[in-house]
Design a protein around this ligand. Structure first.
Ligand SMILES: [Zn+2]
Length: 346
């Protein structure tokens, strides 16, 4: 179990980050104040949050086991208060991993779809519709030659082998699942909510909002009303394009989900990756994904091939965004795959 958890760490970094784009002199780990008693903690390009109250601490996204252990030490030293709640933004193991260190004192809460997402598929479970698009030889498995951006080529040397835990040369649905959701590092929630939930602790409030399917189908937006701050993971990152090829997703629901977020009354957005931003940057992200969705939908309706779409959908208005070049072609491919595997929904 332990060796598997260690193996997954470098893979998880690759899932979200083509390079370690840290600025010079920036420490690998830090805790910074956002507003009042609300803080962000960060390791390299992964962040979570915590809110300190007189009756204990609420943690959002323990992230990885080694990060959660470090955070626990820091919280004990700085505040001497127990962690009473752990909220998961979603169940991908590079955000929800490591919470076990808080299990003695904390109640864990997440969206209700987390329950099914934490269930390992059967060894003979069929590939998802999008994965079936990659399965050129139609054997119900993904070989390395079929593995696209989501699994293979962009992950660097050895990435396929990290998914292929039984070293068979082919990935089953269960192996693909295990690299994202599974493994021993995600402690199952104690409480599941469906549309909205509130946590009241020490006179402070935290709201959990489900804004529909986006990067995943179990995503929680965490809203701190007093601090006028939201926390979002993966589906909404200020100043960085969404990543439809790397992280899967649902279109057009993803756009609608972003529109729901815009309706919340906040000023600051703290993302699970990159730096905090403002509401104006949220609006920009909605526009980006909406334009991507519309351009790819139109292209498909006009009978264009995916290569033609990649050559013509340039999204140049967004070239100032972080890793625009890294994301552009891959996002066109990702949106194409999402739409082609959900016929009738676009
Ligand atoms: Zn994710």
């Amino acid at each position: 179990m332990v060796s598997r958890a260690i193996l997954l760490v470098p893979l998880c970094f690759c899932l979200t980050s083509p390079t370690f784009a840290q600025s010079d002199g920036e420490p690998d780990r830090e805790i910074s104040n956002i507003s009042g008693d609300l803080y962000r903690f960060r390791q390299v390009r992964h962040s979570g949050m915590f809110l300190v109250t007189d009756e204990g601490i609420i943690v959002v996204d323990p992230t990885f086991p080694h990060v959660a252990s470090w955070l626990k030490e820091e919280l004990d030293e700085r505040f001497g208060l127990p962690v009473k709640y752990v909220i998961y933004s979603h169940t991908h193991l590079d955000h929800a991993g490591g919470g076990e260190v808080f299990a003695d004192t904390a109640t864990f809460i997440a969206h209700e779809n987390t329950r099914k997402n934490l269930q390992r598929p059967a060894d003979d479970a069929p590939l998802l519709p999008r994965e079936q698009l990659w399965d050129v030889n139609d054997d119900g498995l993904i070989q390395e030659s079929e593995a696209g951006g989501y699994i293979g080529v962009d992950r660097g040397e050895g990435a396929f082998a990290q998914f292929d835990t039984d070293a068979s040369g082919s990935l089953t649905r269960a192996e693909i699942w295990a690299a994202r959701f599974g493994g021993p590092t995600v402690r199952p929630p104690d409480i599941y909510y469906s549309e909205k939930a509130s946590i009241l602790l020490g006179g402070k409030t935290v709201e959990l909002h489900y804004t529909g399917r986006n990067h995943s189908d179990d995503m929680t937006v965490v809203f701190f009303p007093e601090e006028r701050t939201i926390y979002t993971a993966d589906f909404l990152t200020p100043n960085r394009p969404a990543r439809t090829v790397l992280d899967g997703g649902f279109l057009p629901e993803w756009v609608e989900s972003l529109q729901q977020v815009e309706k919340l009354d906040f000023d600051i957005i703290v993302p699970a990756h990159e730096s905090p931003g403002t509401k104006a940057q949220v609006v920009e992200q909605t526009r980006y994904l909406e334009e991507l969705y519309e351009a790819v939908s139109k292209g498909i309706a006009a009978g264009k091939t995916v290569d033609e779409l990649v050559d013509t959908i340039l999204m140049e208005d967004y070239s100032h965004l972080i890793e625009y070049e890294f994301s552009r072609a891959k996002n066109v491919i990702g949106a194409y795959e999402i739409l082609m595997s959900t016929p009738g929904e676009h």
